[in-house]
Design a protein around this ligand. Structure first.
Ligand code: TNX
Length: 540
């Protein structure tokens, strides 16, 4: 393909991308000239690096129109004039990368193929978006390693259901931002979205609601049957798509609360026996699993057996949030369980709260027998679950710090500012309807996940930081993208940069080039966030 208009200047790469690499050191050498004559080398016989090479080739073609072929080789001489993907145990951090660009070639090295992949993302973002026969790559040595090993985004596919293609595009967006964990919310009161072979009614019945409230829990229901679920084949396809991009999917099966969809399918799992109806409102429902029945524990274990088969992740998220105990207080079987297990109220924790702790501990042990660990919402800190449970701090940042002090591993997702279903400005009149609250781009950027008074030996418990996208008010893919872009760019800098490397003004100066990439891929984003300041102050 030839461009008709001759470009006045040869387009040049710019390595000051988002997230900013730790080091960009200029080297005395002429630029490397990237053309279609260059090959992308990968180590012979390394399938992951072969896949990396073809993805890099695809990225370069998408952005510049240049088509580069890939080639297996172990010969150092073959590096001359080409791009080479290399495994190098000397690179810091198992996800870190080192890129050397001289007039003789480009080398992208990582301790692991994952590190190489993150280096490729950096190089991809440095490219000019321009159809050209040649791109100039200034000589430099670039190095980076992520601050946190857990760099997450969450997606709620329950409150609204999204296609396989939409989820894959969400994964693409995460990959561009150097993220590595997708927390996938798959079950809730408003729907059950994963096929479970042993309990087919979960998806067939629990996957559908008869209508959805309009607005913020108004009395008006649209009366439109709504739902859907992912088949196990679709789940496997998405899991492997993510794994190819070094993203681990952590499924969330929320229990014992947020279970009305499952109760609708199998009413015997509840304390009252129902009937129940998949919920068409938002919020917290009083009907939860009856943990007095042994059958409920069998059911949960059966479901988790299939979930473990589908998701290779070491972690399974078992929810644990917003579990009212009113049914348990009245339920003879739950009260019997409390007596049988010798559960007693302690301090601020009621016997019913500790019953949730007992139930969660049963599930935690069961998963541990299968080599899995649990993550749960910060309510677990209030019901006596031991420190082998990883805590997701959502009601604020304080529970996370408290959990770390107690010895729990912690993932920080405080609702302000890490709930991307919240508004991006206080002047929300012309924004798509959102949950409420406000988290501006700057508020996201300024968040520090590690409390300053956390002692040095507890800091390692903060595994990382994640933003959550609940979808009560998000009905379609453009709205998903609008809520997360460009806030994901700010989050990416939190996840990769050391606090002293962060600089909001510098970030804002680098952001427009990333946004050019959003445009190129036809992703929807909030353009106003690039220009407006002080959005945390309401204005008219
Ligand atoms: C609270 S975060 C919830 C979700 C809602 C969300 C809306 C959490 C553990 N529970 O069920 O969707 O707020 O922002």
């Amino acid at each position: 393909m030839f461009s008709v208009v001759a470009l006045a200047q040869t387009p040049r790469a710019d390595y000051r991308v988002v997230p900013l690499p730790d080091e960009i050191n200029g080297i005395k050498s002429a630029d490397f000239r990237l053309t279609e004559q260059c090959l992308i080398n990968y180590p012979t016989g390394n399938r992951e690096m072969e896949r990396n090479a073809s993805m890099l080739s695809q990225y370069i073609e998408e952005l510049t129109g240049l088509h580069l072929s890939t080639r297996p080789t172990l010969n150092a001489k073959d590096r001359i004039g080409n791009i080479s993907l290399l495994i190098d145990p000397k690179v810091d951090n198992d996800e870190g990368y080192s890129i050397l660009i001289t007039t003789k070639g480009i080398e992208i090295s990582g301790q692991s193929p994952a590190g190489v992949f993150f280096g490729m993302q950096m190089l991809r973002k440095s490219l000019p978006i321009a159809t050209a026969k040649e791109i100039l790559m200034p000589a430099a040595q670039i190095k980076s390693s992520p601050r946190f090993g857990y760099r997450g985004m969450h997606l709620d596919c329950v409150r609204h259901f999204f296609s396989v293609e939409t989820v894959k595009r969400y994964i693409d967006i995460m990959a561009l931002h150097g993220m590595n964990r997708l927390h996938w919310h798959l079950t809730d009161d408003q729907g059950w979205r994963v096929e479970i072979k042993k309990y087919p009614r979960l998806a067939e019945v629990g996957g559908w609601r008869n209508g959805t409230t309009l607005g913020h829990n108004s009395p008006v229901n649209d009366g439109i049957r709504y739902g859907g679920y992912y088949t196990q084949d679709q789940i496997r396809d998405i899991v492997s798509y993510a794994a190819d991009r070094y993203i681990t999917i952590i499924p969330e099966i929320d229990m014992p609360g947020h279970m009305v969809a499952a109760l609708t399918a199998y009413p015997e799992l509840g304390c009252t026996g129902g009937p129940y109806e998949v919920w068409g409102m938002w919020g917290v429902h009083d009907d939860i699993l009856c943990v007095g029945k042994d059958h409920t524990l069998e059911f949960v274990k059966d479901v988790l057996n299939e979930v473990m088969q589908l998701f290779p992740s070491e972690y399974i998220h078992i929810g644990g949030d917003e579990s009212p105990r009113v049914r348990w207080q009245e339920c003879p079987l739950c009260q019997q369980r409390i007596r049988d297990e010798g559960i007693r109220a302690e301090g601020k924790q009621s016997a019913e709260a500790r019953l949730q702790g007992w139930f969660t501990t049963q599930i935690k042990h069961y998963l541990a027998q299968h080599g899995k660990r649990i993550i749960g919402w910060d309510e677990l800190l209030g019901c006596a679950v031991d420190t082998t449970a990883t805590i997701m701090s959502w009601t604020g940042a304080e529970p996370g710090a408290r959990g770390a002090m107690l010895g729990h591993d912690v993932i920080m997702t405080p609702n302000t500012p890490m709930y991307f279903d919240h508004y991006q400005t206080k002047s929300y009149w012309n924004e798509p309807t959102a949950f409420g609250g406000c988290a501006t781009l700057k508020m996201v950027y300024d968040f520090e996940p590690v409390a300053s008074n956390l002692p040095a030996d507890k800091r390692r418990h903060i595994l990382g930081v994640q933003a959550n996208l609940w979808t009560e008010y998000i009905t379609c893919e453009p709205q998903i993208q609008y809520q997360v872009l460009p806030r994901m760019a700010a989050l990416a800098e939190l996840q990769w940069l050391q606090p002293e490397e962060k600089d909001y003004n510098d970030f804002k100066a680098r952001l427009p080039r990333l946004v050019e990439m959003y445009k190129h891929y036809n992703w929807t984003y909030r353009a106003k966030s690039l220009v407006t300041e002080n959005e945390d102050k309401a204005e008219n």
